[in-house]
Design a protein around this ligand. Structure first.
Ligand code: CU
Length: 148
């Protein structure tokens, strides 16, 4: 390898890397996601629910569109809504807005990820991967712990 070539390659990286980093920052709003878990259910049950907390640390709104996972045949965004008779029932959501600077919780009794047609029984303590799909970022594929 000649020194001229070394130099050219070095120069190219110096010029391009900062641009890549910068482009990443402006294109992808930053989300902080934690407390990810999926409820352990008896083997006879083919549905369960997933929970997490998401904080939008960017200055632009982001919308959760849905999720995918290999452990379920289908997945929907749900919440619990009060009915006229006073009971609360699950209701499907088309999407869930995550306003800039705010935290949105998915927790028992409220928003949840609904998993239908589980591919296999889930073992308490294992980690399963769910990919959360947002409108303004690449999917966030994260380990969810199976808990009671
Ligand atoms: Cu549900």
């Amino acid at each position: 390898m000649t020194c001229a070539r070394c130099f050219k390659r070095g120069l190219y990286l110096l010029l391009v890397l900062p641009w890549l980093a910068f482009a990443g920052e402006i294109d992808e709003p930053e989300l902080f996601i934690d407390n990810m878990w999926v409820r352990a259910v008896p083997p006879v049950s083919s549905t369960t629910a997933g929970y997490f907390t998401v904080t939008n640390t960017s200055e632009v709104p982001v919308t959760l569109l849905g999720f995918t996972t290999e452990i379920a045949g289908a997945g929907e965004l749900h919440t619990m809504a009060a009915q006229e008779d006073g009971t609360r029932r699950m209701q499907r959501l088309r999407n869930v807005p995550i306003p800039a600077g705010e935290t949105v919780e998915f927790a028992p009794g409220g928003n949840h990820l609904m998993l239908f047609r589980l591919a296999r029984p889930l073992e308490e303590g294992e980690q399963v991967e769910l990919c959360l799909e947002f409108d303004a970022t690449a999917p966030y594929c994260l380990p969810f712990e199976v808990r009671r």
